[in-house]
Ligand binder design. Structure first.
Ligand code: RFL
Ligand code: PHB
Length: 393
C-alpha cells in the first residue's frame, strides 16, 4: 500500500473540499485532496447557481474569483410569481446594497481545480475513500482505493467534504452522532437549456400545477426547474412536456413566452433536509453536504458548504500557527447555528412554494405566506436578507 503523509487530508473535491484546499495551500499548509470521481465528471456536474454576497467575496479572497467576477451575472432582485402576477423583491434595496451572483457551481469547481493543478498540490482523482481511522489518536488516516491501488494518507486532521453519500459522516460513532432528517413529498426536475433567458432575474413561481423556477447560467443558457412527484422518472418527461409545463406554470397576463432551446442536461433531485450533529469527532471535521442537506429552494447548499469552510480554515490556520485550538473546539457549534438558520429559511421557501394537491388548508396558508412575503416590506426584507447573505441577519 502506498503511504502519504500530510497535514490535512481532504475527502471530496466538491466546492467545499477544493476551497478548503485552496485556502490552506495559500498559508503553506500541506493538504491532499482525494476525489472518488474523475476530473471530467466533477467539472461537468450541473448543480447550484446562486452565490451569496459574502460567499462571492470569500471566493475572491481565496484568489479564485477572477472568472466569477468577469462572467458571473450580478442580480439585484428576484421575482415571485403567483396568482398569474409578478412581484419583484428588490433584494439590494432591502439588503443594504448587497446582491447575488449567478455563476454555476461547476464553474466554481473548474476554477478551483485549475488553480490546484497549476500549483502542483496533490489532487487525486478516481480515488475512492473507503474508511477513516485513528480519529481520536495522535494522528489519523484515510484509506482510499486509487487508480494505482490502495493508498493510506496519514494526517493531523481529516476534512470530510464528501457530501451526503460519502464515507466521512459514517465515521462518526453511533453513540455520538445525532441525525435529523425530513423528506419532502416532491422532487425537482432540472434542465439546462441552450436558450437565452426570457427575463433578467430569477423567477420563483407557485402555480396550482406545481412549483417552477426560472434561472440561468449565461446570456445564452437557461436553467429551469419543475416541482414533480417524487415517483416521477425522466422518461415520463419528454422535452415537449417539460416546455409545455414550464409555460403553463409561468404564465401571466403580460409576460412574454418562455424561450425554448435544446436541452443540454437534465436530472431529478429529491428534496431533503438533513442535519448531522456534531460536525466534529476527534480529528475529523465535516463540512458542506457531508454534514447537512437543505432543499434547493433557498439556494443555500453550496453557500452553506463554503461558509463552513471559512470557519474551518480559520480554525486550522490558528492551530498550525500555534495560536491554540479554541476555534477548532468551537467549530461544530459555530457552524450549526448558521446551519439551522439555513434549514429554517430553506424549509420556509420550500413550504411556501410547493402546492400540495388536495390539501386546501395547506395551500391557503402557503398563499397567505407568499402574499405577505411579496407585499409587506417587513416580510420581504427578512426574505431578501436571508437570500442574499444569510450572515447579514
Ligand atoms: P459535493 O459537491 O457533493 O462534493 C462532494 C465530493 O465528494 C466526492 N465523494 C468522494 N470522494 C472520495 N471518496 C468518497 N467515498 C466520496 N464520496 C463522495 C463526490 O464525488 C464529490 O465530488 O459537496 P460540497 O462540496 O459539500 O458542496 C455542496 C453543494 O454541492 C450542494 O450543497 C449544492 O449543489 C446544493 N444546491 C445549491 N446550493 C446553492 O448554494 N445554491 C443553489 O442555487 C443550489 N442549487 C443545489 C441546487 C443542489 C441541487 N442538486 C442537484 C442536489 C440545485 C440542485 C438541483
Ligand atoms: C440554479 O440556478 O440552479 C438555482 C437557482 C435558485 C435555486 C436553486 C437553483 O433556489
Amino acid at each position: 500500500m502506498e503511504e502519504i503523509r500530510t497535514q490535512v487530508a481532504i475527502v471530496g473535491a466538491g466546492p467545499a473540499g477544493l476551497l478548503l484546499g485552496q485556502l490552506l495551500s495559500r498559508e503553506g499548509i500541506d493538504t491532499v485532496v482525494l476525489e472518488q470521481r474523475s476530473r471530467e465528471y466533477v467539472e461537468r456536474r450541473v448543480r447550484a447557481g446562486v452565490i451569496e454576497f459574502g460567499i462571492a467575496n470569500l471566493i475572491e479572497e481565496a484568489g479564485a474569483g477572477e472568472r466569477m467576477r468577469r462572467e458571473g451575472l450580478v442580480h439585484h432582485g428576484v421575482e415571485f410569481r403567483f396568482d398569474r402576477q409578478s412581484h419583484r423583491i428588490p433584494l439590494s434595496e432591502l439588503a443594504d446594497g448587497r446582491s447575488i451572483t449567478v455563476y454555476g457551481q461547476q464553474e466554481v469547481v473548474k476554477d478551483l481545480v485549475a488553480l490546484r493543478v497549476k500549483s502542483g498540490a496533490p489532487l487525486l482523482f478516481d480515488s475512492d475513500v473507503t474508511s477513516l481511522g485513528d480519529l481520536t489518536d495522535n494522528r489519523a488516516f484515510v484509506d482510499a482505493t486509487g487508480p494505482a491501488g490502495p493508498v493510506r494518507v496519514w494526517c493531523d486532521f481529516v476534512a470530510g467534504c464528501d457530501g451526503s453519500f460519502g464515507a466521512s459522516h459514517r465515521a462518526l460513532p453511533s453513540d455520538v452522532v445525532r441525525r435529523h432528517e425530513r423528506t419532502y413529498p416532491f422532487s425537482w426536475l432540472g434542465i439546462l437549456a441552450e436558450a437565452p433567458p426570457a427575463t433578467e432575474e430569477l423567477i420563483y413561481g407557485r402555480h396550482e400545477r406545481g412549483f417552477v423556477l426560472y434561472s440561468m447560467r449565461s446570456p445564452t443558457v437557461s436553467r429551469l426547474y419543475l416541482g414533480v412527484s417524487p415517483h416521477d422518472s425522466l422518461d415520463q418527461w419528454p422535452d415537449e412536456r417539460i416546455w409545455e409545463e414550464i409555460g403553463l406554470r409561468l404564465a401571466t397576463d403580460e409576460q412574454p413566452e418562455v424561450v425554448r432551446g435544446p436541452i443540454l442536461d437534465r436530472g431529478i433531485t429529491a428534496m431533503r433536509s438533513i442535519v448531522i450533529e456534531p460536525m466534529r469527532h476527534g480529528r475529523l471535521f465535516l463540512a458542506g453536504d457531508a454534514a447537512h442537506i437543505v432543499p434547493p429552494t433557498g439556494a443555500k447548499g453550496m453557500n452553506l458548504a463554503l461558509a463552513d469552510v471559512r470557519v474551518l480554515f480559520a480554525a486550522m490556520r490558528a492551530h498550525f500557527l500555534g495560536e491554540g485550538d479554541a476555534l477548532l473546539d468551537a467549530y461544530s457549534a459555530t457552524c450549526l447555528e448558521r446551519v439551522w438558520r439555513a434549514e429554517e429559511f430553506s424549509n420556509y421557501m420550500t413550504q411556501m412554494l410547493h402546492p400540495v394537491v388536495g390539501d386546501g388548508f395547506e395551500n391557503g396558508v402557503q398563499l397567505a405566506r407568499l402574499r405577505q412575503a411579496a407585499r409587506t416590506r417587513e416580510a420581504s426584507t427578512v426574505l431578501a436578507r436571508n437570500y442574499v447573505d444569510l450572515n447579514s441577519l
